[in-house]
Design a protein around this ligand. Structure first.
Ligand code: HH2
Length: 283
């Protein structure tokens, strides 16, 4: 566990050392035909790179690229298909000047992405595939370990917890300690409760309220609430019309201790965090 409070520490992230003194924004670029909010929009590598450049201009600290949708019911794709989608974009993003994260659960994809210059591996399966942590350990890349109950295809059928914050916290601690045992230092580890991954609206809200407990584990907490269906349930709005709710959710997450927010709408989120930060640093 980190001795420093997350806001006093930094994240070693490949070519970068990112200060956590202010909350960081991770911009999402899905290079997939079927992602729930931007599926099909950036399937072409040039379009993906151009979108990532736009998110960087809006102030993203990290760009997260993914080649496989994880929305409930999504069809799995092969490692070769995933690589075909992400590698040309990764190549084009090397010179962007912001950290590049690759959202994958496959050790083969991790290996190629790290060789291609990825600064972070973001794994919704928390590196439970055999050999996954071993791919990242000898590099300088950061890892994001995320909690998910069940598998993407069926995870929303009947999620159940006795104590959602406690159970998610225990899982994340166990996975972070597993990373450490394989030689990944604390300053390369990020934890994520996995909003919407095997969780009802009630579970998601309990986690948002209980985020401070997860932050108290000692690793920086990353949160992905952007445009997710829980916000649709709360507001009654479709996926393309959830920017305001997403910004509110990101801000609440930051207030409750998140240090990184994974979002589609970078500029709007950056503005909200700037207001938070102005108040937070007032002397
Ligand atoms: N959510 C999604 C994908 N990856 N990674 C982390 N660490 N945390 C998250 O909450 C998270 C994630 C799902 O969102 P999105 O990428 O927009 O959609 P899709 O999975 O359909 O591509």
């Amino acid at each position: 566990m980190n001795d420093l409070a997350p806001e006093e520490s930094s994240l070693r992230c490949g070519r970068f050392v990112l200060s956590l003194a202010r909350p960081l924004v991770m911009g999402v670029v899905n290079i997939t035909p079927d992602s729930f909010s931007d599926g099909g929009e950036y399937l072409d590598a040039d379009a993906a790179v151009e979108h990532a450049r736009e998110l960087a201009r809006e102030g993203a600290d990290i760009i997260d690229i993914g080649g496989e949708s994880t929305r409930p019911g999504a069809e799995p794709v092969s490692a070769s298909e995933e690589l075909k989608r992400i590698m040309p974009a990764l190549e084009g993003l090397r010179t962007l000047g912001v950290a590049i994260s690759v959202d994958t659960s496959k050790p083969d994809v991790m290996r190629a992405a790290l060789a291609g210059g990825a600064d972070m591996i973001n794994d919704i399966w928390a590196f439970r595939a055999e050999g996954a942590f071993e791919e990242v350990a000898p590099t300088n890349a950061a890892v994001c370990v995320m909690h998910m109950q069940g598998q993407p295809r069926t995870m929303q059928v009947a999620p159940h917890y006795d104590d959602v914050v406690g159970e998610v916290g225990s899982f994340l601690k166990e996975r972070a300690l597993a990373a450490k045992r394989l030689g990944i230092d604390d300053d390369r580890i990020v934890i994520d409760p996995g909003f919407g991954f095997g969780k009802s609206l009630q579970h998601n809200l309990c986690l948002l309220r209980g985020l401070k407990d997860l932050a108290g584990l000692g690793w920086p907490v990353l949160v992905g609430l952007s445009r997710k269906s829980m916000l649709g349930t709360i507001t009654g709005r479709g996926v393309g019309d959830r920017v305001h709710a997403s910004v509110a959710a990101a801000l609440l997450a930051v207030i409750n201790g998140a240090r990184i927010v994974r979002v589609h709408d970078v500029g709007a989120t950056r503005d909200a965090i700037a207001v938070f930060q102005a108040l937070h640093t007032l002397s």
